[in-house]
Design a protein around this ligand. Structure first.
Ligand SMILES: [Zn+2]
Length: 165
């Protein structure tokens, strides 16, 4: 029996399974197929596997129903939103870090200029004024800057500890 002929019978099986849905199957067609199925284990297995697949699909669509579909869709949406929120929090942290860097650099530049100006105006030694500004603005803002990269680490640590309790 050639592979060509088995494919022909597989198509007959497909038609029969489709016909079982619509109730349309000719007597001659059914008889030829039954004869072949009796003598061909491969095509009998093909019919059996196809019937199992169809039964499985029917069972699934029955068990799924609109309620499960809604739950699956809701779960997928929740996962998508969680991923979006994580991306947003990373973006927010990057944004804050950039703001901290800009503020520190700007503050330092402005402080040094103001320092020169104040030193000239008040006839103080520029070094003395800059020391004061260092203590008041530049060091605290650099300290804050160093803190920013630690915030996500601290948050992650806190959430890990929260889970373990
Ligand atoms: Zn066959």
């Amino acid at each position: 029996m050639s592979a060509e002929r088995h494919r022909d019978f597989e198509q007959r099986i497909d038609r029969r399974l489709a016909g079982a849905e619509t109730g349309a199957a000719s007597g001659e067609e059914a008889r030829l197929l039954e004869e072949h199925l009796d003598s061909c284990a491969a095509c009998a297995e093909y019919l059996s596997a196809s019937q199992r697949a169809i039964a499985g699909l029917k069972g699934f669509s029955f068990a799924a129903g609109p309620g499960l579909n809604a739950r699956v869709v809701a779960a997928l949406q929740a996962r998508a939103e969680a991923m979006e929120a994580r991306r947003a929090s990373v973006r927010r942290w990057v944004g804050l870090s950039v703001v901290a860097v800009v503020l520190t650099v700007l503050g330092t530049v402005v402080d040094l200029r103001v320092g020169h100006w104040a030193a000239g105006l008040l006839d103080l030694r520029a070094g003395k004024v800059q020391e004061g500004l260092m203590a008041l603005w530049i060091l605290p803002s650099f300290g804050l800057l160093l803190l920013f990269p630690l915030l996500p680490l601290l948050a992650a640590k806190r959430s890990r500890e929260g889970r373990s309790i």
